[in-house]
Ligand binder design. Structure first.
Ligand code: C5P
Length: 232
């Protein structure tokens, strides 16, 4: 059997880009909270032993769950940035998660993670000395905009990838890397970026393109469509 692994889920965003009163992870879609769909996708893999959710202080929307799919759910208070929330989550992992154990970090707002992709990440990523992330190659032509909105040029896209989650790194290593970035005043937008700053080269693992993050109402409509397709 595959070794077990814990997950850290940053879920302390207030969803300002989305607008509205309820943070996106607590929106209802297909009769469940968006967060429930995300947890279900993650816990679909038997190796996932439990998760720590970083939530907002005095979060009025948090349903107070203590377990999911028969496995423990812990919570901690997140921070002002995603990276701070992930750091808080790492600190709140149970003591029996060792310093060199791999952990998964997965966005609360990324509900459409395929089990096959998670399995790939766990199998191949845990053989990498640094760790790995799910990602997909850029398919569109990329333009660099000038200040006036005109096109300054076209960027080669051959080696460009879109970074998704889950991302897989060792507990203490990731903690040190995130603390290092914070200490240098650099806001990292994913975990891999914190590792890259240390000269390390996490592995890119190609996953499905539709492992999207819910950011806009259009993304939510897209996920509703995905759910409707699943139900057929
Ligand atoms: O804001 P963005 O879409 O990048 O958020 C990605 C994930 O990070 C979301 O699940 C969000 O709840 C979480 N987050 C957080 N703490 C913050 C900001 C975002 O846990 N301060």
């Amino acid at each position: 059997m595959m070794a077990g692994i814990w997950a850290v889920i940053p879920a302390a965003g207030r969803g300002t880009r989305f607008g509205g009163e309820v943070p996106k992870q607590y929106l209802r879609v297909g009769g469940q909270l968006l967060l429930e769909h995300t947890l279900a996708a993650l816990f679909a893999h038997d190796a996932v032993l439990g998760a720590v959710l970083a939530i907002s202080a005095n979060d009025p929307d948090w349903p107070g769950w203590t377990s999911f799919a028969g496995r423990p759910l812990l919570t901690c208070t997140g921070g002002a940035t995603r990276a701070e929330s992930v750091l808080a989550g790492l600190n709140a992992l149970p003591d029996d998660v060792r310093a060199d154990d791999f952990v998964l970090v997965h966005d609360a707002a990324r509900p459409n993670l395929a089990l096959a992709d998670l399995a790939q990440l766990l199998e191949r990523g845990r053989n990498d000395p640094v760790g790995a992330i799910l990602a997909a190659p850029v398919r569109d032509t990329l333009k660099r905009a000038g200040d006036d909105g005109g096109i300054d040029g076209t960027e080669p896209r051959e080696r460009l990838w879109r970074a998704f989650t889950p991302q897989l790194f060792r507990r203490l290593h990731l903690q040190r890397a995130l603390e290092g970035a914070a200490g240098a005043g650099i806001e990292v937008t994913d975990e891999a970026m914190a590792m890259e700053r240390q000269g390390l080269r996490p592995l890119l693992i190609e996953g499905a393109e539709d492992n999207f993050k819910i950011t806009t109402p259009a993304d939510l409509a897209r996920f509703e469509f995905v759910l409707a397709q699943r139900g057929r």
